[in-house]
Design a protein around this ligand. Structure first.
Ligand code: 5BU
Length: 266
């Protein structure tokens, strides 16, 4: 199915080139799944992406949790992800002032050189988005910021009035591809989608086929329900990488998410 048809308003309402790239891959693979590749060895990461790459549309990383990280191995890993047509999303949750965030895009991990998307808090003010965009520009690349408007963990301090401010500022900024919403609470997602409108994306962690509480305050909601409530991408970690058969699990999440999109637009 063509991306424009699959995505309806989200495609036509002026999405950024990066968002369109994601939507095309998602339509081609019939999957709105972003794999949270939370494994701490390079071998584990390579194995995971080999197994599930065909069923997922984006790859989320935490570059600083890999024990045997080297820039060479990481660069090979990113090439593999690119071969599988995956956008690479470093969930760094930047939060500093603009100039330091720009500098943190460089440094040892050189996130600006391989990431297509990064997460940021808006707690320090809107200049963080300009700082991150400057980071990509410093190496002649384009990227997009996902602002944390909600979180999935219990007791988080992103209260509705804070969410409103993040959305109001983020909606106006061309460097913001979209927002992180709470995949574990459909009502919160519906409210977020109403605030965001149709133009920007909402990506949601806190999703698992086994709904309920996860480890250390994580909360999980149903994948299809998240999409029906306005999520454009379900971020799934342990539901896939801890499954006995990760490829089968990834396919199950892909199917649920795609069904949600078809029903949402139907
Ligand atoms: P899980 O294994 O599916 O629970 O992994 C969730 C991933 O999403 C993990 O990498 C977190 O860092 C990430 N995450 C989250 O769980 N909740 C949030 O609000 C944000 C990110 Br933002």
């Amino acid at each position: 199915m063509e991306a424009a048809e699959a995505w309806g308003l989200r495609w036509s309402a002026g999405a950024s080139p990066l968002a369109k790239r994601y939507m095309e891959v998602a339509a081609a693979k019939q999957s709105l799944v972003c794999l949270a590749a939370d494994r701490n060895t390079m071998a584990g990461l390579f194995e995971l992406i080999e197994e599930v790459g065909e069923h997922v549309a984006a790859l989320k990383t935490h570059v600083d949790l890999v024990d045997d990280w080297t820039s060479e191995a990481w660069s090979d890993f990113c090439s593999k992800a690119n071969e599988q047509n995956l956008l690479i999303f470093e969930d760094r949750k930047f939060a500093d002032i603009g100039a330091i965030s720009r500098a943190q895009m460089a440094g040892k991990y050189d996130i600006r050189s391989w990431s297509d998307l990064v997460t940021a808090h808006l707690i320090s003010g809107p200049d963080i988005v300009d700082g991150l965009q400057a980071g990509w520009q410093d190496v002649g690349r384009q990227g997009g910021v996902l602002l944390l408007a909600q979180m999935s963990s219990r007791g988080n301090l992103l209260v509705p009035s804070y969410t409103d401010e993040v959305v109001a500022k983020g909606r106006q900024h061309g460097g913001v591809v979209g927002f992180i919403g709470n995949g574990s609470r459909p009502q919160e997602l519906v409210a977020l989608r109403n605030k965001v409108g149709e133009e920007k994306m909402i990506w949601t962690p806190g999703v698992n086929l086994a709904v309920g509480d996860g480890a250390m305050g994580q909360r999980y909601g149903d994948p299809m329900e998240a999409v029906l409530s306005g999520s454009d991408c379900i971020i799934v970690g342990s539901g896939i990488h801890r499954a006995e058969q990760p490829a089968l699990a990834a396919k199950a999440y892909a199917d649920a998410s795609w069904k949600g999109l078809m029903q949402r637009n139907g």
